[in-house]
Design a protein. Structure first.
Length: 281
């Protein structure tokens, strides 16, 4: 049975054990899926982090799993739009936009062997997976964990994005905390919590949110001071439900526009995947 300490280690990238399956041979690929609510900055972070890793001479590849995206700020090495287009799915199956997106999530799973072969052909040391803009299409359908598991059998991690502007309110922060816990429950792999788009906030506001993630008493105090009635009661109980499970989601502040925090993000992933070594020698 997994203990509370085991759960803490699993979600705290600074304490997660290096997976026993890591083999630093030629076939090693470390897969990182970028997940978050719509508008949290998944695609922009994928682009910026990939560029940053390449500047560090790391063998990096990207994959776009959003068949509905119209424009990307990077050129993915593997693009699901090459084989799946939302417009074509809508026409073929007589579906609306939302129905086509749901159908596409399942069709991606049907193509998993082909995608996995494409990854093997690229053979990067780290692969960044840009997941669909609507988080539920990847995280909360049966196909999502299946796709994540089958893309490669090598070690995996998740970057879960907390939208900084949205999270500035304690009620919204607790809601995001609950979503983060739900994503961990779906995939059960190491998860790095990222406070995204910090270039949109003042430093004192960034520090406030980070303190909430590190010190539960400061979050509880904010709930008591800034919320009232049912909002206060629900936020208080939701926060305590997560902490009673031993789950902690310590935030790493990141700006994909200025690259602030990229070193800390990379360090967190290296500790998960390689025990602190670089992905590429």
């Amino acid at each position: 049975m997994q203990t509370v300490k085991n759960l803490w280690d699993a979600v705290n990238p600074l304490r997660s054990p290096v997976p026993a399956s890591v083999n630093r041979g030629m076939d090693t690929k470390f897969l990182t899926s970028v997940i978050g609510t719509a508008g949290s900055g998944k695609t922009l972070l994928t682009a910026a982090f990939a560029d940053w890793l390449r500047l560090q001479k790391q063998d990096t590849a990207t994959i776009n799993l959003d068949p509905g995206v119209l424009k990307l700020p990077y050129t993915p090495d593997i693009d699901i739009r090459d084989t799946l287009r939302i417009e074509e799915i809508m026409e073929k199956y007589e579906l609306g936009p939302n129905g086509a997106l749901v159908m596409a999530a399942d069709l991606i799973a049907d193509q998993i062997e082909t995608i996995s072969k494409d990854i093997d052909d690229l053979n990067p040391d780290i692969l960044l997976v840009d997941t669909p803009g609507q988080m539920e299409l990847f995280a909360f359908r049966a196909s999502g964990p299946f796709i994540a598991a089958e893309l490669t059998k090598q070690p995996k991690a998740i970057l879960y994005l907390f939208d900084s502007v949205f999270s500035l309110n304690p009620q919204n922060y607790v809601s995001n905390l609950f979503l983060s816990a739900a994503v961990y429950n779906r995939f059960l792999i190491p998860q790095v919590s990222v406070l995204s788009k910090i270039d949109l906030l003042q430093p004192k506001d960034i520090n406030t949110i980070v303190d909430w993630s590190a010190k539960p008493q400061t979050l509880e105090q904010a709930i008591e001071e800034k919320l009232s009635g049912q909002k206060r009661l629900l936020s208080h109980n939701m926060m305590h439900a997560i902490y009673k499970l031993g789950l902690r989601f310590l935030l790493t502040p990141i700006s994909a526009k200025t690259n602030e925090g990229m070193l800390n993000l990379n360090t967190a992933l290296e500790r998960i995947f390689t025990g602190g070594d670089q992905y590429t020698y």
